[in-house]
Design a binder for this molecule. Sequence first.
Ligand code: FAD
Length: 524
Amino acid sequence: MMKKVNKVLIVGGGTAGWITAAKLAKNLQADSSDGVEVTLVESPDIPTIGVGEGTWPTMRKTLLELGINEGEFMAYCQATFKQGTKFVNWKKEPGDKAAHTYYHMFSSIFDPSDFNLAPYWLAGIAGENTTFATAVSAQGNTCDLGCAPKKITDRPFDGVLSYAYHLDAGKFAEFLTQFATEKLGVKLIKANATQVHLTENGDIKGISVDRNEQGERESSENMVLEADLFVDCTGFRSLLLGESLNVSFKSVADTLLTDTAIAIQVPYESEDAPIPCQTNSIAQESGWIWDISLFNRRGTGHVFSSNHMHPDEAESVLRKHIGPVAKELESRTIKMNIGYREKFWEKNCVAVGLSAAFVEPLEASAIFLIEAAGNMLVDMFPKTRDAMDYAAQRYNQSFLYRWEKTIEFIKLHYYLSQRESKFWQDNKADETVPEVLRERVAHWRTHPVSKYEFDNVFEPFPHESYQYVIYGMGIHENGRFSRQHLSDQNKAMEYFKRVRQATELINKDLPQHRELLKKAYQYG
Ligand code: FAD
């Protein structure tokens, strides 16, 4: 008889554990005999990482599909809307003039796969001083005006412009815990996993825990939780996949040079201070600072390379960014292990979240990749143990691609910079840049980015994202572009005009971000 896969045990209750649990329970936990039972074991002693405040627009779909109420979610998690990222001083050190900034937005008015406006923008057809983001999207202007991406009358999860959320990561894990246990029937056991037991063929047979379902301490020998499929969501420790199944970790510290983050939460100066509707990412001498506005506070952090800057100095840089109020605020230092496991799914164990991989949070890609992992697990869920190896092979291939592309995309931001300090120079040294990225960048210096370079449907960063970043960073300056790409100038002019009109129209009607949040959501 083929061994059925009916029981899933997730170890770890951070964002990864709860998103995976909720997606599996919602989609697979049917009443029929084929239904899958989902249990999550969460340590009462080990805290979650507690950072991870930026998401992608995919989060709207995740929440909607789970049946979550957007208003309740936002109020509980002190969430705000995010329309993209504003990069400040990434291209050059700040000079005497205003800082150099550019936007990586979530939405453009026209899909570049249908008609690519980039070559026309490069030829100056959008107007001499029009940035790429302004030429193709209304959203940078929306952010500059401090407006929300939607009107008060828009339906939940729907906006005039695409959006994601900024959220309080700790609250989000709590919210999902409540939702998944109460509404989706996920069983929660508050205990520490103390030992992993393997079968003769190397599968995981069970996990010893130190407390029973009522939370009472018991000898681990008596408490072994068995399952057919195990999901490792134990964070950086990777207790199942890394420590027990010995799947090795491939460090990419030689490509992405940052290794530490210092985070400080900052109160608003007043109750009606404006709430920026984008993540601000401000380049520094040996890294960058994130500045994210939630409803009740800002989340800030300095991501840097400890090989280039002492942590004390990095903390001073962050405190200076925050201003005088920083004196009274506590900081938290997080060491970051940058890289990924050689396999994400081995035997009957899948790792999701930090236990699988981590790259620095420049493009807030981690939670997006957790959502993607949950989706693929649901879609390819093996009904029997025999079917598992094929699913694992596809999964490993897919996620290796996604992580490698994410690493490349993050590196792109550093590689194109003209900043001069040692950290930035080291980031441009050939041996730190993946060869494929060097080739692509060399091509893009004289050719527009083409849709044919993005033919994998699971490309984490699409064509548009690359355009926002490379043209924001000025890759085209001094480049000579052939005119072969300018076959329909009238259409391009018409499209640029329509973007300008849409920008004016849209932004006339959109409310201020804080105003909308106050009126539409019941913040407690
Ligand atoms: P964790 O939150 O560490 O959770 C691990 C869980 O495992 C905990 O519940 C713990 O109790 C449990 N556990 C551990 N050991 C045991 C055991 N023995 N028994 C039982 N339970 C155990 N991502 C984004 O998408 N956007 C961002 O803006 C972003 N910013 C970030 C900034 C920084 C500085 C860092 C470091 C990360 C950031 N991330 C971001 C990544 C994001 O925080 C994580 O990917 C996400 O929170 C998932 O974490 P996790 O659930 O895998 O791990």
